[in-house]
Design a protein around this ligand. Structure first.
Ligand code: B12
Ligand code: SF4
Length: 494
């Protein structure tokens, strides 16, 4: 049997970090781990190929070769996924589809031959059995969650490794929280499950053996959701000397644990992605994320920074409690934090299947066909206290303040005791993060950017940078806490 795995294109996207650096590197951000995992569960004697459309074109010859196309996608890839389905139909190849797009909205894909939904560890064997017997049903779904401690090592060998900037590895699935905008509980359930540490060491060794030397992204929604097991994994990584540097998503409440922070550093973690969402307690309450405590954000960022671990801090705007001016309020607080963070801002995104989606739809506030009309940073709904255009303006304002030459200089200045290399990397990364929102994809745009940020460049190249020895300089006492800086008492709109 010949199986072609196809991963559709993202829309012209700002999202991936490497997008901002397209003039240096044409690499895609991350490989489609879902399909690689599915591939590892197929019978060993089947021939399998992968076309990630973010890396290369899907040719007619690919479709002619295949007996079946296995398709995976996020909702954002819907348009491209539909065009792949059309091409398969035209070529007479059957389509088997799974992954978030199809699991969240199965009814929208009448042309797909078999919808193998939820987690493949449970539904795929049932489909394969049906296929063998000639009795395969059209839809396979399951209310159960897989024991991922027996998930096989994904087929990393199918990848053109040179085409990716980072490598995806998954340690855990599931989240006990219930944030209103998030569909992780729908896709991965409420009970956190983890792989065994030996599995992860095997996976890391496997990508290393295939020649990958870049950065690993633990795609878990919350890497440390089981802190005891996460610590045990990190100890195993240190012991196995896996020689990788890695990034992961971890929620703020788990980063209070100093032992966890020490292990992050010791095992090669260089950056943590944290969903801060808002500095406004009333907005956090609105989206059921009150375990985030704005008054400790700055302190935790400082503690990570002292260990040389940076953070990407994600903010959402357009929550029902937000009013115009939310960007200003957010940045008034965030600019006082220790500088070792890269803020990213986006509008609230109603994902199909979430409580947010349901209530916006019921209230008639959802834009029709919003996934197909996807616009980067476009509001796909009407916020309660703003117009969609005002919300888009808030997001623009937030990016503008955080990545203005003076905003960047302020952060670089506060790193004055850091050594040259650390400052240089920080400045370069900051300018690259700016590119997630602002178009800066040519050499000319970068030269202009460097000129606009010449004060920061001068600070990096100042004499004291070469006499400093610190990686992460801020002493505990110099990490400002945000207790009073948080506008927790601010009434909306004030
Ligand atoms: C890595 C990642 C990315 C990467 C790229 C993903 C890639 N190349 O695969 C990047 C950083 C680019 C990204 C971006 C975005 N992402 Co993202 N991302 C993830 C993340 C964290 C991990 C994906 C992963 O590798 N999972 C591990 C694999 C093993 O799981 P899986 O893909 O679900 O596969 C399993 C099953 O679904 C199934 N399966 C999957 N495919 C198939 C196919 C077949 C045929 C079968 C039978 C089964 C099957 O079997 C697998 C094993 O059980 C997920 C969260 C998550 N927990 O999955 C979010 C997630 C997929 N992303 C999401 C979103 C919303 C986004 C963004 C829109 C965010 C934004 N607001 O900008 C952007 C969109 C991209 C853009 N505009 O450029 C949502 C998608 C929700 C949805 N309904 O589509 C998720 C679920 C997170 C969330 N809840 O917010 N993302
Ligand atoms: S946003 Fe994070 S913490 Fe909240 S439900 Fe989703 S994965 Fe869990």
């Amino acid at each position: 049997m010949k199986i072609l795995l196809v991963y559709p294109m993202y829309p012209k996207t700002f999202w991936s970090f490497s997008y901002a650096l397209k003039f240096i590197s044409k690499k895609a951000s991350l490989p489609p781990l879902g399909l690689l995992t599915v591939a590892a569960m197929l019978p060993k004697d089947w021939e399998v190929r992968l076309v990630d459309k973010n890396v290369r074109r899907l040719k007619d010859a690919d479709l002619q070769w295949a007996d079946y196309v296995f398709l995976s996608a996020m909702s954002i890839q819907k348009e491209s996924a539909l065009s792949v389905i059309d091409r398969c139909k035209a070529a007479g190849v059957k389509v088997i589809a799974g992954g978030p797009l199809f699991t969240a909205n199965p009814e929208e894909f009448g042309l797909v031959d078999h919808l193998v939904l939820n987690e493949a560890e449970i539904t795929l064997p049932l489909f394969l059995e049906g296929l063998k017997k000639g009795t395969a049903r059209r839809v396979y779904t399951s209310p159960q969650w897989a024991d991922i401690s027996s998930t096989p090592t994904p087929r990393f060998d199918l990848l053109d490794l040179k085409a990716y900037a980072s490598m995806s590895i998954q340690y855990s699935r599931g989240c006990p929280f219930n944030c209103e905008f998030c569909d992780i509980t729908l896709l991965c359930g409420r009970t956190p499950r983890t792989k065994e540490k030996e599995q992860i060491i095997r996976e890391l060794e496997s990508v290393y053996a295939y020649g990958f030397r870049g950065q690993v992204f633990f795609v878990d929604d919350n890497f440390a959701i089981n802190p005891r097991r996460a610590k045990s994994l990190m100890r195993a990584m240190i012991e196995a000397d896996v020689r990788i540097y890695w990034v992961a998503q971890i929620s703020m409440n788990l980063l209070r644990d100093q032992e966890l922070l020490d292990l992050l550093k010791a095992s090669g973690c260089v950056c943590v992605f944290i969903g801060l969402e808002s500095v406004l307690p009333e907005s956090l309450k609105e989206v059921s994320k009150t375990f985030n405590k704005p008054e400790e954000y700055g302190q935790i960022i400082g503690q990570l920074q002292r260990r040389g671990v940076y953070c990407v801090t994600a903010f959402i705007m357009g929550i029902d409690a937000d009013r115009t001016g939310v960007a200003r309020k957010t940045w008034d607080v965030a600019q006082n934090w220790p500088p070792g963070f890269f803020p990213v801002f986006s509008q609230l995104t109603p994902l199909p299947g979430t409580p947010l989606y349901k209530s916006l739809r019921e209230q008639g506030r959802l834009e029709e066909r919003h996934w197909l009309n996807y616009r980067p940073y476009g509001a796909a709904f009407t916020p309660r206290h703003m117009t969609p255009a005002e919300l888009e303006n808030e997001v623009r304002t937030a990016w503008g303040m955080a990545y203005s030459p003076s905003g960047i200089f302020r952060r670089i200045r506060r790193m004055r005791d850091m050594r040259f290399v650390s400052k240089l990397i920080y400045l370069f990364a900051t300018l690259a993060f700016r590119g997630i929102y602002f178009r800066q994809m040519t050499v000319r745009a970068w030269l202009k950017l460097i000129w606009q940020n010449r004060r920061s460049v001068r600070e990096v190249f100042s004499l004291r940078s070469f006499t400093n020895h610190e990686i992460a300089p801020l002493a505990a006492s110099s990490s400002p806490q945000v207790q009073n800086a948080s506008p927790s008492t601010a009434t909306p709109g004030s």
